[in-house]
Design a protein around this ligand. Structure first.
Ligand code: M6R
Length: 365
């Protein structure tokens, strides 16, 4: 079942191009220039008229939700709130007419997510699921949904489910945007870029050996920072979670500009600081943040756009990824961070598929 891979996590990281193609398969209709999501077809009109979305989930799925927030607000111009399910369920949320809930879950069995869904339903919300496991409790409890279609995910650290969760939210954002105000040329551009994402992930996988060397070099460091801005901020959070859950290294993810408000005090000589700094609307700003870390002796590991030679001036290590439009970049950018976490944990000698204290699905509170 491991197909020659040493761990399920590695296998699942490398499966991402095909898993994502399956997730996108049949859903990108280039002939009619639209997205087709059968599982929500009956409710697409209501979703298009939504006044607000509440996205709820836990862990990695919550990070996917944060990316969904940026995308739905940016592309469809509908307000989004993202809530940890464990908080939402006890928060007495305000569900008004036109509020839709999106619940994201790989397993479809997470207790907090399920409780949040039930509570929102009771208050009149329509709930859409983005779930991987077919027929799971959450899949059955939601009113409509889009399956991730990535096949079984065995490694406790979520990888391919994350990229698919982001892909589903991207498709939703594009389709809602198209129905509201995004013109055909822009829609066509989105669809074309989305189709190209699996191939771009495949080229990141070719960099695994380079990323492994970086992981080994810093695997003895016990404090890492992960930073990004805009859509790359949730990517940084997810990179930090991957590292902490399998390598037991303390890692903190944060929006790069927040560094100045406290976390920069953590930087000392040799502290690894991973920046997700692909070209985009906040590129110049993040370069400034990288320089600030460098000036304090931190070691900068930078995920950057292929062809960006200037970045070498402020980076100790560069991991190049293919360029895509800013909205699609998170699916590509997370992959080197998954690989980095994987090799750091393997080098430290841990069982990456079964990290201590963790279960694949958290079915108790
Ligand atoms: O099955 P779910 O997507 O609902 O699980 C949510 C989290 O428990 C899960 O993403 C967890 O954070 C992963 N171990 C992260 O890799």
């Amino acid at each position: 079942e491991l197909n020659g891979y040493e761990h399920y996590m590695l296998k699942e990281i490398f499966e991402q191009p095909t898993a994502l193609s399956t997730c996108l398969g049949g859903r990108i209709d280039t002939v009619n220039n639209k997205i087709v999501l059968g599982g929500i077809a009956n409710l697409t009109r209501e979703l298009t008229r939504a006044k607000k979305f509440i996205i709820t989930s836990c862990g990695t799925a919550w990070h996917a939700g944060l990316i969904g927030e940026y995308l739905i607000e940016q592309i469809a111009r509908i307000p989004v709130e993202v809530e940890y399910a464990s908080e939402l369920r006890y928060r007495n949320p305000i569900i008004e007419d036109g509020t839709f809930v999106i619940a994201i879950s790989q397993s479809g069995e997470t207790a907090d997510t399920l409780a949040a869904i039930e509570m929102c339903k009771e208050r009149g919300a329509v709930v859409m699921g983005a779930v991987n496991v077919v027929g799971s409790t959450i899949a059955r409890t939601t009113d409509c949904g889009v399956y991730l279609r990535v096949g079984p995910e065995i490694g406790v650290a979520s990888t391919k489910a994350f990229t698919a969760q982001v892909a589903v939210l991207t498709m939703l954002a594009i389709e809602l945007g198209r129905r509201k105000h995004v013109g055909p040329a822009q829609t066509a551009a989105y669809l074309k870029e989305l189709q190209a994402v699996p191939g771009k992930i495949a080229s990141v996988l070719n960099m695994a050996e380079h990323i492994k060397q970086i992981a080994i070099e810093y695997s003895a460091e016990n404090n890492w920072l992960f930073m990004g801005r805009g859509l790359n901020y949730p990517v940084a959070l997810e990179g930090a979670l991957k590292l902490k859950e399998i390598s037991y290294i303390h890692a903190e993810g944060l929006p790069a500009a927040e560094m100045k408000h406290g976390p920069i005090a953590l930087i000392s000589k040799g502290t690894p600081a991973v920046f997700v700094a692909t070209r985009g609307s906040q590129y110049e700003k993040i370069i400034g943040n990288i320089e600030e870390v460098r000036a304090r002796g931190g070691k900068t590991i930078v995920v950057a756009t292929q062809g960006d030679d200037e970045i070498k001036r402020c980076a100790d290590h560069v991991i190049y990824v293919p360029d895509t439009i800013e909205e699609m970049q998170p699916m590509v950018n997370i992959v080197p961070l998954q690989i980095l976490a994987y090799y750091a944990a393997v080098h430290r000698g841990y069982d990456v598929d079964k990290p201590r204290n963790l279960a694949k699905s958290v079915t108790v509170e």
